[in-house]
Design a protein around this ligand. Structure first.
Ligand code: HEM
Ligand SMILES: *[C@@H]1O[C@H](CO)[C@@H](O)[C@H](O)[C@H]1NC(C)=O
Ligand SMILES: *[C@@H]1O[C@H](CO)[C@@H](O)[C@H](O)[C@H]1NC(C)=O
Ligand SMILES: CC(=O)N[C@H]1CO[C@H](CO)[C@@H](O)[C@@H]1O
Length: 318
């Protein structure tokens, strides 16, 4: 009888339930009692991965962006192809270079060993790992808000439409404003290109046909990115300090040394030049704005309550 009265929701209780779902908030202490060690476990895994290969930090930071921009921060990015139900985002063109999936698997295993259930979602692991990567590479820290659940769907078409390296400034601004970000936040988030690498095929046209870049730098970079061939050759997005998070990226833009056309668009006589200039001179302002924008990125369409699930294996739905 007791169970029954629990199951039969009165209209009033139903309204409260719906309100509590739509009001759902993430919280820094979400796993405080269910998995208190999660933050330490993710951090130590990220640290040891980066100590072996610095680029792992870039993989994780980028994964967080691609996860949150497609369908919300719900680990849809991690789902392997499984037709007809899962059309993997990994097959999408801009995703072709996304990496770090094995590292996420490894972290998830460590977390689930410590906290069986599982209780920690793959989407929260991505969010924590992205923050830890930025910190480990010398960038700012922030409190990662937690409590996201994992999607049971993926959206390959949305993954095809991530902002393009060939986009001009108005398109970049539009892409981010569609997700609720100001132009300033878009510029701050682009500072993630202070670490990591890009493939020749994505910046060749900028080198050979670009009108807004330093000629000497362009010539230097052409040696590793011929006009024909070498599509998969890589170059650092920030030449000066590729493995250290900082504001050198913006200094390079002011000097017209951006590797991607889209990056150099942020300093090209348009409406955000002054923001780039500020960040190039004032690393503290950049760090504050970057950290706040990363938290905001983590708030896009997350699942809570009874939506989604806590995946056992990040690569497939339960
Ligand atoms: C403003 C729009 C953006 C565009 C057009 C863009 C485009 C790109 C491209 C084309 C690459 C190279 C991919 C490849 O070689 O296959 C790249 C790499 C990267 N992106 Fe972005 N991105 C943007 C925003 C962001 C944001 C918001 C973040 C994170 C907060 C981010 C993090 C990264 C990182 C860390 C890498 C290096 C990854 C590696 O070393 O493999 N990007 N991005
Ligand atoms: C970015 O803008 C272009 C052009 O308007 C559009 O085709 C693309 O779908 C947009 N992508 C996102 C993520 O909004
Ligand atoms: C430069 O632009 C021209 C005209 O759009 C194009 O045909 C050519 O392939 C471009 N060159 C490179 C190296 O991308
Ligand atoms: C990792 C991954 O799935 N990469 C795919 C990205 O997209 C290209 C096609 O555009 C595929 O060939 C890759 O296998």
């Amino acid at each position: 009888m007791v169970t029954l009265s629990y199951l039969v929701l009165t209209p009033l209780a139903l309204i409260f339930l719906l309100l509590s779902i739509s009001d759902a908030q993430l919280s820094g202490s979400f796993y405080g009692s269910s998995c208190p060690s999660v933050l330490d476990i993710v951090k130590s895994n990220v640290r040891s991965a980066i100590s072996r290969d610095k680029r792992q930090g870039a993989f994780l930071a980028r994964m967080y962006f691609h996860d949150c921009f497609v369908q919300g921060c719900d680990a849809s990015v991690l789902l392997d192809d499984n037709p007809p139900s899962i059309d993997s985002e990994k097959k999408a063109r801009p995703n072709g270079s996304l990496r770090g999936f094995e590292l996420i698997d490894k972290i998830k295993d460590s977390v689930d060993n410590a906290c069986p259930g599982p209780v920690v979602s793959c989407s929260d692991i991505i969010a924590i790992a992205a923050r830890d990567s930025i910190v480990e590479l010398g960038g700012p820290s922030w409190t990662v808000l937690l409590g996201r659940r994992d999607a049971r769907t993926a959206d390959r078409n949305a993954a095809e439409n991530l902002p393009s390296p060939f986009a001009d400034l108005p398109e970049l601004i539009k892409n981010f404003s569609d997700k609720g970000f100001t132009a300033k936040e878009m510029v701050a988030l682009s500072g993630a290109h202070s670490i990591g690498m890009a493939r020749c095929v994505l910046f060749r046209d900028h080198l050979y046909n670009g009108t807004n870049l330093d000629v000497l730098v362009a010539n230097e970079r052409k040696s590793n990115c011929p006009s024909n061939g070498g599509d998969e050759n890589v170059a650092s997005l920030d030449q000066q300090s590729p493995n250290r998070f900082g504001n050198n990226f913006y200094q390079a833009l002011v000097q017209r040394r951006g590797l991607l056309h889209s990056d150099q668009q942020l300093f090209s006589g348009g409406s955000v030049d002054d923001i780039v200039t500020t960040y190039s001179k004032d690393v503290d302002t950049f760090y504050t704005d970057f950290a706040n924008a990363m938290i905001k990125l983590g708030n896009i369409n997350f699942l809570t309550g009874i939506s989604g699930e806590i995946r056992k294996n990040c690569r497939k739905i339960n």
